[in-house]
Write a protein of this length. Structure first.
Length: 426
């Protein structure tokens, strides 16, 4: 299976612009990280990485929410992130929780509580948890706290799970645990603002998925935007989805939910998991893609298929800020240009090494990517990282020379501003 060039061009742009170049914007919402946490992970490298990543993940979450739901980033939204070793609510263990309140001067502050145990032990990623809770926060901030809380749970939790790309993980968890297909469906579950069953999380997500697959992303985005203005679910369902009522939607969605669960419960061959992973990857659902590609990778793929799966899985790890996982995969094969563009393989390997602090290896990797690539995104990105590395190594003269090259070869490059900031900082 050959990887499409357009898919990789998008990937290069995503991990360059979002992961390392995504400097927190001062004009956007205000983030405060509560550093009073003193639990068992306080002095660990995992906790230190989470604290370092959080400002960047915060901005990435805004972009994920806009891409999946059409909600633009909010200016002057106040968010406080707090950490816990064992987060619970009414006796139920939670990975994350959002609590919003209005101060005496009528400023709304959103407190996002994150359970570190899930993050440190690899059961969840910071990006998915932040995206999930910030979806609640941003919709409540736009609508008003009371108006948002009054929405049906399938909208509140369904949109949050969809934006955070947690749907496949929840479906798999439900499939592993087992479920009664005849018990799926029924009334919306809303116990003081929290669904209490895995079944309901999955149903809520799949209702949003049903609307997306049936009517398309533009219609879903329109529905979310209009709903945040009016708060009228009945009205906006009819306006945005060709006269659809909630009752009719529930009937059709129930069939969709059951069919999806049964499809995910059957044995799946590695080649089909690879196809699923590629589809999720193309849709920007990197967590879902990672799950499918991981299942595919060691289940009997051909050498060509293995390269495709491993490369895309490495891209997914980069999206999750796991460069070591990406590099470990990339080292398992020598890229065949019939399956993986070699220049982009070199770029991704160099990026992974740079993120892990292997600066010298990364320098030669970016240099090779620049010299062997005809792709503008790869060449621009490689020059930018070469400038960063040269500055870190104290070679300002060579960094200035590469900056001239970047300016002359790519006069309209967005990297010029970023590279200028790097040079001016030293």
């Amino acid at each position: 299976m050959k990887i499409k060039g357009s898919r990789l061009a998008v990937c290069v742009a995503i991990f360059v612009l979002l992961l390392v170049l995504g400097i927190p914007a001062e004009t956007l919402a205000v983030l405060h990280i509560d550093t009073s946490y003193s639990g068992k992970f306080r002095n660990t490298s995992g906790y230190a990485k989470i604290i370092a990543d959080l400002p960047f993940v915060y901005q990435e979450a805004f972009q994920r929410i806009e891409r999946s739901l059409g909600i633009p980033a909010r200016e002057q939204m106040y968010v406080v992130v707090m950490f816990s070793d064992h987060l619970t609510y009414k006796g139920f263990r939670l990975r994350g929780k959002r609590q919003s309140m209005r101060t005496t001067n009528r400023t709304v502050i959103h407190y996002i509580h994150i359970d570190l145990d899930f993050l440190i032990n690899g059961q969840a990623t910071l990006l998915e948890e932040m995206t999930h809770e910030m979806t609640h926060a941003i919709m409540a901030d736009i609508m008003g706290l009371r108006e948002y809380d009054s929405l049906p749970m399938w909208i509140k939790e369904g949109t949050a799970v969809h934006a955070a790309d947690q749907g496949q993980a929840r479906i798999r968890a439900l499939t592993r645990r087992g479920f009664d297909i005849n018990a799926i469906g029924g009334e919306d579950e809303n116990i003081e603002g929290n669904p209490i069953s895995l079944e309901k999380y999955v149903e809520n997500y799949l209702k949003i998925r049903f609307l997306l697959k049936t009517f398309g992303s533009s219609a879903l985005h329109r529905f979310v935007k209009r709903l945040m203005q009016s708060g009228n679910v009945k009205q906006e369902l009819a306006v945005c989805f060709n006269g659809l009522s909630e009752e009719v939607m529930n009937q059709y969605a129930q069939d969709f939910v059951k069919a999806t669960l049964l499809d995910n419960a059957r044995p799946v061959a590695s080649q089909e998991n690879l196809q699923r992973g590629v589809r999720f990857f193309d849709e920007g659902e990197y967590l879902s893609a990672r799950l499918a590609l991981t299942d595919a990778l060691y289940g009997g793929l051909s050498d060509n298929e293995f390269q495709t799966a491993a490369y895309l899985l490495a891209e997914c790890y980069i999206q999750e800020r796991n460069p070591q996982g990406a590099l470990n995969l990339l080292k398992q094969f020598k890229p065949d240009p019939r399956n993986v563009p070699v220049d982009r393989y070199e770029f991704l390997s160099a990026y992974s090494e740079y993120a892990m602090g292997l600066v010298t290896n990364a320098y030669f990797g970016f240099k090779k990517a620049f010299e062997t690539s005809n792709n503008q995104a790869v060449r621009e990105g490689a020059l930018y990282y070469i400038i960063r590395i040269l500055i870190e190594l104290g070679n300002r003269a060579e960094a200035d020379r590469v900056m001239v090259m970047l300016r002359e070869q790519f006069p309209k490059s967005s990297y010029l501003i970023l590279a200028g900031r790097v040079l001016s900082s030293r």
